[in-house]
Design a protein around this ligand. Structure first.
Ligand code: GDP
Length: 362
């Protein structure tokens, strides 16, 4: 599966967010395929289409697809120099697919701010500087190590050096690599460096309940994100932790009172999914209706591989009905009669919402 690491300065509301995500998270017993660690929360991707499919197919079980959030607490200034537990935090971030950077945009006298004032630009800068310095270190070491190979005439090594030299001045200014808009080829060339500041990033602007509009702090975060190609999700973590504790029925009422259509957490989860370039396809049998996650652009055999590697290896064909056709024609039979059922081969690029049945050899 895919995961998203939650980072940010102390006292910005990371644990509050993480606890809300975990509360709202799935019941581990029903998901034997997920390993749940103490600092990780696995949440269901909110997707109303799953319920629609279940109403048509009436399966025994309905299983959503999931996304993992990892709490990476304790990143402070000096981490890249190995201060405190800094190195460990950086190593933890290295293992995530995307970064959710929580930024404090609420004022509250009762909550101490590490720098004594609410200043999202400065806060973001502290974290981003640490991450950029860590990358700078990686790139400097990389240049030393790979130069020797490049001198031997290795073409790929030469390319690597070229891209790394392009990164150096940028990282020296503590700017994230993702702001450089590297080409797909350049990204591939530096992939093995596992840089931190290339990871897709969303800023979670933690605002007060009434801080969604006319909030200069939020505007600051938006401006920073736009410059570096990141995404902003405004949310009130305190409110979310209250919502997450409610039973379903109470929750609906509470949200309606607030004029919200869904918990803000759902926006965070969706943003993470989008950030990673992910999409959903479905399998819809009478035993279970289930959502699966694949990268946008995945082929049918790659999608099959998400279910089981045998499905990918033994892939023959995919029987496909688009979600809209499946629901408009009341299921597979109806879609078939309407000529909307397709048999696709190994080059088929899976589309978001496809309802698929794989044929494979074992
Ligand atoms: P962390 O150190 O980043 O994990 O921060 P915590 O989640 O522990 O939050 C620090 C303090 O801020 C706690 O007392 C929270 O109750 C409080 N807090 C978190 N989010 C909000 C918020 O949206 N509004 C207000 N007023 N307080 C919050």
């Amino acid at each position: 599966g895919f995961n998203c690491g939650i980072v940010g300065l102390p006292n910005v509301g990371k644990s509050t967010l993480f606890n809300a995500l975990t509360q709202a998270g799935i019941d581990a017993e029903n998901f034997p395929f997920c390993t749940i660690e103490p600092n990780s929360g696995i949440v269901a991707m909110p997707d109303p289409r799953l319920q629609k499919l279940a109403e048509i197919v009436k399966p025994q079980k309905v299983i959503p697809t999931t996304m993992e959030f990892v709490d990476i607490a304790g990143l402070v200034a000096g981490a890249s120099k190995g201060e405190g537990l800094g190195n460990q935090f950086l190593a933890n971030i290295r293992q995530t697919d995307a970064i959710a950077h929580v930024v404090r945009c609420f004022a509250d006298e009762n909550v101490v701010h590490v720098a004594n004032k609410v200043d999202p630009a400065a806060d973001i800068d502290v974290i981003n500087t640490e991450l950029a310095l860590a990358d700078l270190d990686t790139v400097e070491k990389g240049i030393k190590r790979i130069s020797r190979i490049a001198k031997g005439g290795d073409k790929f090594a030469k390319q690597q050096i070229e891209v790394m030299e392009k990164l150096l001045p940028h990282l020296n200014e503590a700017k994230p690599v993702r702001a450089l808009n590297l080409s797909a080829e350049e990204m591939l060339v530096i992939r093995e460096l596992c840089l931190l500041t290339v990871k897709p990033t969303m800023y979670i602007a933690n605002v007060a309940e009434d801080g969604f509009e006319n909030n200069p702090h939020l505007d600051v975060v938006r401006a920073i994100a736009e410059k570096e190609g990141a995404v902003v999700v405004p949310i009130c973590n305190k409110l979310e932790s209250e919502i997450a504790e409610l039973e379903d029925e109470e929750k609906a009422e509470f949200l309606a009172d607030l004029g919200m259509e869904e918990p803000g957490l759902d926006r965070v989860i969706r943003a993470g999914y989008k950030l990673l370039g992910l999409q959903t396809y479905f399998t819809a049998g009478v035993k279970e209706v289930r959502a699966w996650t694949v990268k946008i652009g995945a082929t049918a055999p790659q999608a099959a591989g998400v279910i089981h590697s045998d499905f990918e290896r033994g892939f023959i064909r995919a029987e496909v009905v688009g979600y809209d056709d499946f629901t408009s024609f009341n299921g597979e039979q109806g879609a078939k009669e309407a000529g909307k059922w397709r048999l696709e081969g190994k080059d088929y690029i899976v589309q978001d919402g496809d309802v698929i049945h794989f044929r494979f050899n074992v």
